[in-house]
Design a binder for this molecule. Structure first.
Ligand SMILES: Nc1nc2c(ncn2[C@@H]2O[C@H](COP(=O)(O)OP(=O)(O)O)[C@@H](O)[C@H]2O)c(=O)[nH]1
Ligand SMILES: [Mg+2]
Length: 197
């Protein structure tokens, strides 16, 4: 997070993370569509339409005094490009983990979550984060409570769970808004908010 008092601008960095094909790019595009910025997601895609490095875009909000500029990234889930991930994860303020809820790929979600744990270590516990169980429209979805137990959900803080259908935009804006809420709650707790008044 960058707080620039001179220009009264706050900048946040948020990352969509998760296994390959879970719906990260679709989620981001749906979010930008909601904010009327449909064509403003910069996707660097391979020749078969898979995300090569990351998707990137910004969404800004303004009140009378402050400009809030949010930088959004999504990582690629392909192991071949694993080297690009630390760059997208650097200095982030929050994560939306997009899980693919199909039973057949249950373990891919766990692998991806473990990658996040390895990258952030204990810091992940306090990191503002949303777990979006995506593809809820499909018939063969797994039991979310089992997954939550597997990742020790109860030891985490600043954590919310959502069920989403990215292709229909269901739960996408809510997940984003909840994450922003968690990020500002965390700032408030660390007293930074007093600097902003
Ligand atoms: N049925 C269904 N398909 C989805 C949903 N979200 C994404 N997809 C599809 O899953 C595939 C991978 O999505 P994409 O956003 O490229 O995944 P990424 O690799 O995480 O960026 C695409 O064919 C999407 O249309 C969803 O909520 N339901
Ligand atoms: Mg993608």
């Amino acid at each position: 997070m960058i707080i620039d008092h001179l220009n009264q601008t706050i900048q946040l960095k948020i990352c969509y993370f998760g296994p390959a094909l879970s719906g990260k790019t679709t989620t981001m595009k749906s979010l930008f569509n909601h904010f009327g910025k449909k064509d403003k997601v910069l996707s660097i895609e391979s020749s078969v339409g898979r995300t090569l490095f990351f998707d990137y875009g910004t969404i800004s909000f303004k009140n009378q005094q402050w400009l809030l500029k949010i930088h959004l990234y999504s990582t690629t889930g392909q192991d071949f490009y694993i080297i690009t991930r630390p760059i997208t994860l650097q200095a982030i303020d929050g994560i939306i983990f997009v899980a693919d809820s199909q039973q057949s790929v249950y373990y891919r979600n766990l692998t991806s979550w473990n990658e996040l744990c390895n990258y952030f270590g204990d810091y992940l516990i306090k990191m503002p984060k949303i777990l979006a169980f995506n593809k809820q429209d499909l018939p063969d979805t797994f039991d979310t409570s089992e997954f939550l137990e597997n990742i020790n959900y109860f030891k985490h803080k600043n954590f919310k769970i959502k069920k989403t259908i990215a292709i229909q935009g269901v739960g996408v804006v809510e997940s984003f808004e909840d994450l922003i809420g968690l990020i500002f709650k965390k700032i408030h707790k660390s007293q930074l908010i007093s600097l902003m008044e």
